[in-house]
Ligand binder design. Structure first.
Ligand SMILES: [Zn+2]
Length: 503
């Protein structure tokens, strides 16, 4: 009995160490104003602590197992928590990919003495724990303890979806979870897909096409579309800019809405999002250079399209929605500029923005908060609707400045910019917030098209059609056919109902 209590204390100490050193750092910077917010975070950390306790109890039942696992546990935990505190970086599948493709010189560049001290300290704690386990604890019927706790762990981990999802984002669960996600991504990238049939109608001597994939930007919050607040002051005065307020999608989640935008997949041919390539492969084959420049993570549903691009760049590979620090779309601009040594004659950039993703305030520079008061709590419902809408509208205003900057870099070229948000966002309607919840307001994403004077001179018919189509209703499926048509390519299945540049 005494040995069992001694063992329990050992597990509790190991849990406390892991929680304080490796789990708590993950919550630094979390906005949690007020009682409800504090309670929520405390409960979350307690769940993570409990999940850790169960794992450590199982590992510790075997002296041998603990001697093998605890040093690795301590090393990985120390490295991840160090970069989480110092650089607001978290483990993501894309970061894992970057790390796996880093050369020795780059790897040495991110090492520091502070990291070494932190690693040595935690290895020392792990060493102490192993020593105590070997020298002072003889757990009777250890295998019974192990089996009982394993059953308890499995029923908690697989029995409660919310607990499962929460744990998978936190140490130590996030390590195997991210590795699994990474493998799924690689598999998705490598899976063979068929390219749709197409005909090259004409090959422009030069053309720059930019597709800006917006995030959770709803059409009715654009001043351009009659919204009463000044959310698009810069685009409002841009010439050659057309807003299409009636674009719809029934997919209100990034990972399922993007394939509809990028491939020939639509409601009648849903299977194409799994079996066909995106327009990027068609452009590559038609002598265009393509670049995917992203400020988001990758999802297995669209990883293949990223891999189709000639070059893929990630501005914030080390950020997830669980990191609460500045994460701005303007970081995409230098990447776009440097994607190719010299800008190719025919080129298409896909800019995947973080846009209006929750937590809104993180995606706007603090000196650009225009509507106030803004949110103060990471739990959306712990804020007032006024706060949520203010923070959301600040992201739209920041998008306005970002898109305007991209346009400014294109004015002298023969260029076209298509801005299409992946879906909209609920802002308290019927008690609903965010997206992926079936809210109707999330099904009407913002869409804008800008063309340069040189583009208009070269293709007056396309611009004439665009202007006459601007108030028509389209599904986001229009992007695939329209972008190729703008590039001088007619894809199989192209028709005026699917193409904003045709009458
Ligand atoms: Zn999205």
């Amino acid at each position: 009995m005494k040995q069992s209590i001694r063992y329990l204390l050992w597990v509790l100490f190991a849990t406390l160490w892991t929680t304080v050193c490796f789990i708590l750092p993950d919550f630094t910077g979390s906005p949690m104003d007020g009682f409800y917010g504090t309670l929520h975070i405390t409960a979350y950390i307690a769940v993570c602590g409990f999940g850790t306790f169960l794992i450590l109890y199982i590992i510790g039942c075997s002296r041998y197992l603990s001697a093998v696992i605890l040093p690795v546990w301590s090393l990985v935990g120390a490295v991840l928590s160090f970069y989480r505190i110092g650089y607001h970086a978290t483990l993501t599948p894309v970061l894992l990919d970057v790390v796996l493709h880093t050369n020795t010189e780059e790897a040495l560049g991110v090492l520091s003495w502070q990291l070494m001290v932190w690693v040595v300290f935690n290895l020392f704690v792990a060493g102490l724990l192993i020593w105590f386990r070997w020298r002072t604890i003889r757990l009777p019927y250890a295998w019974v303890h192990g089996l009982v706790l394993l059953a308890l762990w499995a029923s908690v981990f697989f029995g409660f979806r919310r607990v499962h999802n929460s744990l998978c984002q936190r140490y130590p669960y996030n390590v195997p979870y991210t590795i699994h996600e990474y493998i799924v991504l690689q598999h998705s990238m490598d899976a063979p897909r068929e390219m749709p049939n197409y005909t090259v109608i004409e090959q422009p001597d030069s053309l720059t096409i930019v597709l800006v994939l917006g995030e959770a930007v709803r059409a009715d919050h654009l001043q351009l579309n009659g919204y009463e607040r000044e959310t698009t002051p810069r685009l409002n005065v841009r010439t050659n800019l057309v807003s299409l307020p009636h674009i719809y999608t029934d997919k209100t989640h990034t990972s399922v809405s993007l394939p509809d935008i990028l491939t020939r997949g639509d409601s009648l041919h849903a299977e194409r999002v799994y079996t066909e390539t995106s327009f990027i492969s068609v452009l590559n084959e038609a002598q265009y250079h393509t670049a995917w420049i992203s400020n988001q993570d990758m999802g297995p549903m669209f990883a293949h399209f990223v891999a189709e691009s000639d070059t893929a760049m990630f501005a914030n590979a080390d950020k997830s929605v669980f990191v609460f620090s500045q994460w701005l779309d303007e970081e995409l601009l230098p990447l776009m500029e440097n994607a190719f040594v010299t800008r190719p004659k025919r080129v298409c950039y896909v800019l995947h923005t973080i846009g209006s993703h929750w937590y809104y305030d993180n995606h706007v520079p603090t000196d650009k908060y225009f509507f106030r008061p803004t949110t103060t709590n990471r739990v959306v419902t712990a804020n007032t609707v006024e706060q949520v809408v203010n923070s959301y509208d600040n992201t739209i205003r920041y998008m306005d400045a970002f898109v305007d900057s991209v346009i400014a870099s294109l004015v002298d070229e023969k260029a076209l910019l298509i801005y299409q948000s992946d879906h909209g966002e609920a802002l308290g309607e019927n008690g609903m917030f965010l997206h992926a919840n079936g809210a109707e307001v999330a099904m009407n994403p913002a869409c804008m098209i800008w063309y340069s004077d040189r583009f208009k001179e070269a293709y007056p018919d396309k611009i004439k059609a665009l202007i006459s189509n601007k108030d028509k209703r389209y599904r986001t499926d229009y992007v695939f056919y329209s972008i190729l048509y703008a590039a001088g390519i007619e894809a199989e299945g192209d028709c005026p109902q699917m193409n904003i540049f045709r009458e």
